[in-house]
Design a protein around this ligand. Structure first.
Ligand code: ADP
Ligand code: ZN
Length: 517
């Protein structure tokens, strides 16, 4: 699966699989017959596109939606994948190019509308083309009882027999009857391997914590689980080493792992981790893919992961044996700033950056959730759930309050200083602190100066963090540290929308200033 990971990053630009994708890709690439049920938006197309690139031959994709097919082909071609479509809307040139690609063996993905299967000689043409597998999108279209029935889908079963290749069927429709019909009609009754959603890992306890004294927080978490195997994911290589040392001094058995280490040293850590009980590995995300250890009892994030997909993958390494496992994800305004900057400064095209911001927002929304974390996490992946009773917010429901007034003060401080300053300075203005910088810019004469005196600086920090979590403000891509308002903030500023904030985040015990890791 190393190859799959590499292609995921290089071709599709994703760092992590979504729930289910990795297993499905493995089965499809391994030549198995597969029926996979993934929710809409769950990422079905990747489950056949990626295997198509992993071996020889052409993957034939049957899809009922011509516009969608053309979009996918265009997107694949844009990243250098040899894909083509045979549809009624084709220009002659396109069709010729597809047949050329089939003949010289360069084509990897051939998209076809089901009607095409009816045209004369198609079976023979496909047999000669070296089809490696068939992938069927919207497989429920084969069901006569559903409202999407496509009579031409009934031909797919014959084609599969004629070509004698594995078939992978995908749909979002999960009811038993539809599944049985798909198995009977597409697979001729042969039992495909079925993947049926079920992304919940109910034995994993979910918890987030605002970074306060991050090193202390991780040490405390590990101390309470002494002797158990765990992973601490860190944002930087240096931090993996610093933290491993600190854990070692606290009497734990701990080591570091990151991509900058020699291959031998890395392998040694992997082996030790699998064999020993109670080893803690402080690692970058490079750790985990090759690690097959069912009894990892806890996973902590010393820094916020990149995306909600990354979060799910990393916490998912805990408790594979089904026994209770625990997680803790720490985050603070610096993480949010760092992740945003990484996206903005990356080389990805702008649509991809927007999508990356969206995936980060989803994670921040989870971090600042007001209700059950599992409901929110699974909801993002298209699954419904009831409050789980196994997350920090189910354990202790957060108190919320109407934070509209405070948020409006903060937004107006940002606007009145032309979106050119960062949290610290803005808080000085709100709380009426006359610093050199405040005086130098004449900000002590702003109407917002001191309007937020009723709340202390710490409270304001929490309010700003929650504002970032709700994507009301973002760091300026050009001016380091400065905050800019997003469109989402305007209705609040105009008094057309209100916002609830969590109180618990605001009322934590005062502690000495945070020491950085
Ligand atoms: P489906 O066909 O299941 O409704 P798609 O295949 O169209 O879903 O994927 C939905 C969206 O999810 C697409 O924008 C796709 O780029 C994105 N996506 C798919 N896999 C991943 C992944 N591993 N990480 C991040 N985004 C992904
Ligand atoms: Zn819960």
């Amino acid at each position: 699966m190393e190859q799959a990971r590499a292609l995921l990053a290089q071709v599709f630009g994703f760092t992590d699989f979504r729930p289910g994708q990795e297993e499905i890709v493995g089965a499809v690439a391994g030549g198995e017959d597969v029926l996979a049920i993934l929710p809409t938006g769950g990422g079905k197309s990747l489950c056949y596109q990626l295997p198509a690139l992993m071996g020889p031959g052409v993957t034939l994709v049957i899809s009922p939606l011509i516009a969608l097919m053309r979009d996918q082909v265009r997107a694949l071609q844009a990243v250098g994948v040899a894909a083509g479509a045979l549809t009624s809307g084709n220009l002659e040139d396109e069709t010729n190019a597809v047949w050329d690609g089939l003949r010289d063996g360069s084509l990897k993905l051939l998209y076809m509308a089901p009607e095409r299967l009816a045209s004369g000689g198609m079976d023979r043409a496909l047999r000669e083309a070296g089809i490696a597998r068939i992938a069927v999108d919207e497989a429920h279209c084969v069901s006569q009882w559903g409202h999407d029935f496509r009579p031409d889908y009934l031909r797919i079963g014959e084609l599969r027999r004629a070509l004698d290749v594995p078939l992978a069927a995908f749909t979002a429709t999960a009811d038993l009857e539809t599944r049985e019909e798909i198995v009977a009609r597409l697979f001729g009754g042969a039992e495909p391997r079925q993947f049926l959603g079920g992304f919940d890992r109910p034995n994993i306890h979910l918890a987030f914590g605002a970074k306060d004294q991050p090193r202390r927080q991780i040490l405390d978490f590990a101390e309470a689980r002494k002797g158990q195997s765990g992973i601490v994911y860190c944002g930087t290589r240096a931090k993996t080493e610093g933290l491993a040392q600190a854990l070692g001094q606290a009497g734990h058995s701990a080591c570091a792992y990151h991509g900058g280490m020699e291959a031998d040293a890395r392998r040694e850590v992997e082996t030790r981790f699998t064999r020993e009980d109670g080893l803690i590995v402080c690692a970058t995300v490079a750790f985990g893919m090759g690690v097959d250890k069912p009894d990892i009892r806890w996973v902590a994030h010393a820094d916020l992961p990149k995306s909600i997909e990354g979060y799910y993958q990393e916490i998912g390494r805990a408790g594979r044996d089904g026994a209770p496992a625990e997680t803790l994800t720490l985050y603070g305004p610096d993480d949010i700033r760092l992740r945003r900057t990484q996206i903005d400064e990356g080389l990805a095209p702008s649509e991809r950056k927007d999508a990356d911001h969206g995936r980060l927002n989803a994670l921040l929304g989870l971090a600042e959730a007001l209700g059950c974390r599992r409901v929110q996490l699974l909801g993002y992946f298209g699954e419904e759930a009831a409050p789980c009773g196994n997350c920090d917010l189910c354990d202790r429901p957060p108190e919320t309050f109407d934070g509209t007034e405070s948020v409006r003060m903060a937004l107006s401080a940002i606007l009145r200083t032309d979106e050119r300053f960062g949290t610290g300075h803005l808080i000085d203005i709100l709380t009426g602190s006359v610093t050199d910088k405040v005086r130098q810019h004449g900000h002590d004469s702003l109407p917002t100066f001191g309007v937020g005196r009723a709340q202390d600086k710490r409270t304001w920090q929490a309010i700003f963090r929650q504002m970032m979590g709700a994507d009301l403000v973002r760091p300026d891509a050009e001016r380091y540290g400065a905050l800019r308002m997003t469109h989402a903030a305007r209705p609040i500023l105009r008094g057309e929308a209100s916002i609830d904030l969590r109180r618990d985040a605001l009322r934590r015990r005062e502690r000495p200033a945070a020491k950085t890791l």
